[in-house]
Design a protein around this ligand. Structure first.
Ligand SMILES: NC(=O)c1ccc[n+]([C@@H]2O[C@H](COP(=O)([O-])OP(=O)(O)OC[C@H]3O[C@@H](n4cnc5c(N)ncnc54)[C@H](O)[C@@H]3O)[C@@H](O)[C@H]2O)c1
Length: 449
């Protein structure tokens, strides 16, 4: 089937490569000409496990094309996906300017019937706005005779395992009341729905809301657990024991109850904010969502507070080794990453940062170019030499079982601030390392607060 995807970011590129891999003929359109040029050279602009091979093979096989030529894209697919960004506007609402711009572009170039599908995460009612935007442009062209439909198909892939998630989705949500649209999208996704029927059909508004409700539920689990962690510290309990204790209840489950230094990334922070804004626009007070967001904001400073408590407010002359920059493992994405809040707080207090991340170094260099209080080094060990402490911000696999003797010998003083609870406080005590985790007693020192 011929498919066009507008917006070749984390979602659009993964979707495009996966659809091409099962045999569909996919054209990707983006306004970022550098990105398109890189993709046409086989250079993949994001890190996502399995993606490079998938893109290169399907590009070479002639099933995956990249262009900035919107007219070519519109002419290609009967189905036109909109997968552009929906960043937060100044008031926290989702900014739909890219989505509506693509709707206008499709309407400006279409010469036959199209099915326009919103894949971006968009507020409830966006399908109606996309429909209206297309109708306006078609009317201005005098082509109101052209048939089109608009459907909602929110994406649930996770950065870090995006390819696997797309290939084996838990569910495919499709918001449509049009039988022909349903049948075509079913055909498109049939290769990803073989094991059992993954497709859940509903109206477009419910589909749009399902995406926000899912992300907000997950953000709620994280903020709840972080609140329990902060409380555990004050009550002399160990949140890791509590996590195992509550996770064993199948109604709660082990997923998404790891305490840490707050959620980041391009989705949870903006989607929680957008749903708060959407709720308020209806006159409804979303008290749970507001608390989830507030807890997350304060959680991002929890580890720095421990640093300040240990070293004092003035960190001039101190250097901190930082392991992990990406907002989570297996991605190079640093949008809203907790590492950024930590680095910025350290710099504001006068400290220097020496950082390592397996994939996000280029992104970090791009974000903080020209800073002389940041050094990016090419191994975890290189970050340690003579540093006053080690801070862990991302739970990459390679940080899980380091050589603690080496850490001890390389640091100026053996102190670890672990924002991901990777290590056992008893083990740290055995090695003689002062250890600060989240929601548990500091090693050998009693409670941290
Ligand atoms: N990143 C995720 O894990 C994830 C998961 C599920 C849903 N989503 C949602 O999917 C959407 C896209 O997210 P992303 O992370 O892929 O974004 P992204 O920022 O990585 O990519 C968006 C792309 O859209 C392009 N673009 C902007 N305007 C355009 C236009 N008029 N025409 C063509 N291209 C245009 C940009 O140049 C960019 O390459 C967002 O709504 C997001 O909330 C993201």
């Amino acid at each position: 089937m011929k498919v066009t995807i507008f917006g070749i970011g984390y979602v659009g590129l993964v979707q495009a490569a996966a659809l091409a891999d099962v045999g569909h003929d996919v054209i990707c359109v983006d306004v970022d000409s550098d990105k398109i040029a890189r993709l046409n050279r086989g250079d993949i602009p994001i890190f996502e496990p399995g993606l490079t091979r998938l893109v290169q093979e399907n590009h070479e096989a002639g099933r995956l094309h990249f262009t900035t030529d919107a007219a070519r894209g519109v002419g290609h697919g009967r189905i036109q996906f909109i997968a552009v960004g929906t960043p937060p506007d100044e008031d926290g609402s989702a900014d739909l300017k890219h989505v509506l711009a693509v709707a206008g572009t499709i309407a400006a170039h279409m010469d036959d019937a199209k099915i326009v599908v919103t894949k971006s995460t968009v507020p409830v009612g966006t399908a109606d706005r996309v429909r209206a935007a297309i109708e306006t442009v078609l009317a201005a062209r005098g082509r109101s005779d052209l048939g089109f439909d608009v459907a909602s198909n929110p994406e649930f892939l996770k950065e870090g395992s995006a390819v696997a998630d797309f290939m084996k989705p838990d569910r495919i949500i499709l918001g449509t009341d049009n039988d022909e649209t349903e049948q075509l999208i079913r055909e498109l996704y049939a290769p990803f729905s073989r094991n059992h029927d993954k497709i859940i059909i509903m109206d477009a508004r419910s589909a749009e809301f399902t995406k926000y409700a899912a992300n907000c539920m997950l953000a709620t689990k994280i903020s709840f657990m972080n609140e329990m962690a902060n409380l555990a510290e004050r009550l002399g309990a160990d949140i890791e024991e509590v996590r195992r204790g509550i996770g064993s209840d199948p109604r709660i489950g082990y997923h998404f109850i790891y305490p840490g230094i707050g959620y980041g990334g391009s989705c949870f922070p903006k989607d929680v904010q957008a749903l708060i804004h959407l709720a308020e626009s209806t006159g409804f007070e979303p008290t749970v969502l507001k608390s989830v967001e507030a807890r997350n904001k304060t959680q991002k400073t929890v580890l720095f507070d421990k640093v300040r408590k240990h070293f004092g407010d003035d960190l001039h002359g101190k250097t901190f080794a930082l392991w992990g920059l990406a907002f989570k493992p297996n991605t190079n994405d640093m949008r809203e990453a907790p590492s950024r809040a930590i680095m910025e707080a350290l710099w504001a207090a006068g400290a220097r940062v020496r950082a390592f991340d397996p994939e996000a170094m280029d992104e970090c260099a791009r974000l903080y170019s020209g800073r002389d209080d940041l050094a990016l080094v090419d191994s975890p060990e290189a970050a340690l030499d003579g540093a006053d402490a080690l801070i862990i911000a991302t739970e990459w696999k390679q940080f899980h079982a380091p050589d603690f003797e080496r850490i001890k010998s390389q640091l100026a003083a053996p102190v670890i601030f672990d924002g991901r609870n990777l290590y056992n406080p008893d083990t740290m005590q055995r090695y003689g390392i002062r250890y600060y985790g989240i929601g548990r007693a500091d090693s050998g020192t009693g409670n941290s607060s």
